[in-house]
Design a protein around this ligand. Sequence first.
Ligand code: DUC
Ligand code: ZN
Ligand code: ZN
Length: 456
Amino acid sequence: MRILIKNGTVVRSTGRKQADVLIQDGKIAKIAPDIEAEADRVIDAAGCFIFAGFIDTHTHFDLDLGVTVTADDFETGTKAAVVGGTTTVLDFATQDHGMTMHDALTLWHKKAEKSSCNYGFHMAVSEWNDARKVEVDDMFRAGISSFKMYMVYDAMKVTDGQIYDAQKFIGARGGVIGVHCENYDVLQARIAEEKAKGHMDPTAHPVTRPQAVEAEGVARLMRIAELSGYPAWVVHLSTADGLEEVRRARKRGVEVYAETCPQYITLDVSQYAEPDGAKYVMSPPLREARDRAAILDGMKKRDIDFVGTDHCSFTMAQKALGKDDFSKIPNGGAGVQNRAELVYTYAVKTGAITPEQMALLLSERAARLFGMFPKKGVLRVGSDADIVIFDPNDPHTISWKTNLHACDNSPYEGVEVAGRTRDVLLNGELVVENGKLIKPYCGQYVFRKPCEWYRK
Ligand code: DUC
Ligand code: ZN
Ligand code: ZN
């Protein structure tokens, strides 16, 4: 099978050029101007950018919180992902208390069987002890080189000492741990304070988790990494103050990889006061203008490494579990379909970053850190033909009604964006054409190598 993409602008982190792309047997065979070749199919990409397929570093599909399970499973979540230009998701396989990492991995492979984009797993660990440590080498052998730990959530929380020990153990093997950075004790105290005042609606959520709650967690992680001597990955960074801690730590020589999410450059804390404010309840919460400006500045200056969505969707009926108590609202929102168009609109169109930087933030750096480069994350001869044809001039309004995710709300409802993913090639096959998923269930497991420490 040969596909020829003609007349588009090839965007790579190193530059942009008018060129055609020839795809053969699932791989990129040639990139050059005016390719003359026989092909089974020719796609005209005039007026469009051609990117390496986007990688979402942070999704939660089919995640069981105990009280409820996310609205999206892999079937619906990856359909939404691929239509939005995401050709690989890295989802959090979660080792709950009483499970082994092997159990979690087997379960996640089963959950992911009906995937419409490629997928890999980070292993989220709720326990760190000798029994879990002996499983780590098997995880690497199974293609997993990234892990996650939480400073918060009763079901997942680990101690600082465990983070320190895990960083050394996993770092020595070439792996990285993403850490959800917030101060658990302070936020519990603030939840109690708000409840004592009778403040029970969603506007209380950001009050309990202000910027300093994140910045303290980030600062602590930075010091833990300094002490362990191994790299750290800060997940879903949302604040100016947290970013400052990352920059300060880098000046001290700490190797830090920073991820942010589209909600932290687009949405505002005032939105919790809307009638459906529960749909914005996610952690970290939505922030203020100064935080959005700082995160955009971090993207521009390359201090932010990549953008994941933290897609963790719940229906309004599920969100109503907390209708009388904000602290019982399941945390998370839907975003997996909209990441590229939001980053394009809010970061590229505004002039904060270039299309080349968009390629870095949505694809290349994630592929490098998470051991997929150069198979993924780059338009290069020999790389997998995971390709996005993105139309920068296709204004439209985001709505859950037109998104493919399975829940009846979107934090981005009504947001106007300037462009959209038009076509997607997955492993060399056209799976999305003119914004429509024409070939579902073609996702393959992505076996990952150890991390590439590109900030060293
Ligand atoms: N935050 C969320 O909002 N949802 C899932 C997990 C997380 O850390
Ligand atoms: Zn988190
Ligand atoms: Zn998350």
